[in-house]
Design a protein around this ligand. Structure first.
Ligand SMILES: NC(=O)c1ccc[n+]([C@@H]2O[C@H](COP(=O)([O-])OP(=O)(O)OC[C@H]3O[C@@H](n4cnc5c(N)ncnc54)[C@H](OP(=O)(O)O)[C@@H]3O)[C@@H](O)[C@H]2O)c1
Length: 249
């Protein structure tokens, strides 16, 4: 897959991994559009990288998703890469029942439903391009979950499964499907819960995930497990129970 002269939409591109991906794509000579809910974060991203095009959008909202697709298709005629990156991560104790779920935004809608729906919006358009790609950001936790974040891990496992099926469905088209599998990355994703869990390791820099993603695109490496995520993915096959117990002691 070529890594320049594309037109790229990155959900959640204002911060963390998404912003580093925006930087890498822009540096490589691509048109880059980012979206997110917080205008302030989008403004900050644009002040660092003025060529970015920004759009306020909540990908968990069906109307916003439709509007995002219509606006993108109308204004960016060559759009050919969608990066489903937006995500949230919450610690959820299901022993507390329904009220615990209601305390948070819906992780399934943000992490998973948006990935399915945006893919479905863009695929017919992408099939008319000479080359196009859908890049789904999952996680090492797709392969071995941490049980205190049950919904998050399940959405990431679902993204892994969905990516496999989508890749198969689109194999005779011009649309390639990539899955980027980050390990723990030093971003604001956990909103401080790593500290609550006495976790001092902050993870790899988000820029490393972005660099690995560009390399994967160039080499058509459809499942790109980054750094320590490679070990988790391998362990999920060779020694799942041992790995699960180590991660959930
Ligand atoms: N950090 C890690 O350790 C790690 C590991 C594996 C996988 N990942 C995955 O990497 C992706 C990026 O996360 P990150 O680590 O870079 O964290 P992050 O900096 O918190 O980025 C998440 C981005 O998603 C956006 N977002 C969240 N909900 C949204 C919504 N409803 N609509 C539109 N945008 C939304 C956020 O912006 P707004 O809040 O302004 O909308 C934010 O820009 C996520 O899918 C995450 O699951 C991260």
């Amino acid at each position: 897959m070529k890594v320049s002269n594309n037109s790229v939409l990155i959900t959640g591109g204002g911060t963390g991994i998404g912003f580093c991906l925006a930087e890498e794509f822009a540096r490589a000579g691509n048109e880059v559009i980012i979206c997110g809910r917080r205008e302030e974060k989008l403004r900050q991203a644009k002040s660092k990288l003025p060529q970015l095009i920004t759009k306020k959008c909540d990908v968990s909202n069906p109307r916003d998703r439709e509007e995002l697709f219509n606006w993108t298709a109308k204004n960016f005629k060559d759009i050919n890469i969608l990066v489903n990156n937006a995500g949230i991560q919450r610690m959820i104790d299901l022993k507390k029942g329904i009220p615990e779920l209601a305390r948070y935004e819906n992780e399934v809608d943000i992490n998973f439903t948006s990935t399915i729906q945006l893919s479905a919006y863009f695929i017919p358009t992408f099939m008319r391009r000479e080359e196009a790609a859908i890049i789904n950001v999952s996680s090492g936790l797709a392969f071995v979950p941490i049980a205190i974040m049950p919904i998050y891990c399940a959405t990431k496992a679902a993204i892994h499964s969905f990516s496999i099926s989508l890749r198969h469905q689109l194999k005779d088209t011009s649309v390639r499907v990539f899955e980027v599998i980050p390990p723990t990355v030093d971003t604001e994703l956990d909103k401080g819960t790593r500290t609550q869990r006495n976790m001092t390791y902050r993870g790899i820099p988000p820029a490393e995930v972005a660099v690995a993603t560009m390399k994967a695109l160039l080499q058509n490496e459809y499942e790109c497990a980054v750094g320590p995520a490679q070990n988790i993915k391998a362990a999920s096959v060779s020694s799942f129970d041992e790995q699960f117990n180590r991660m959930n002691h």
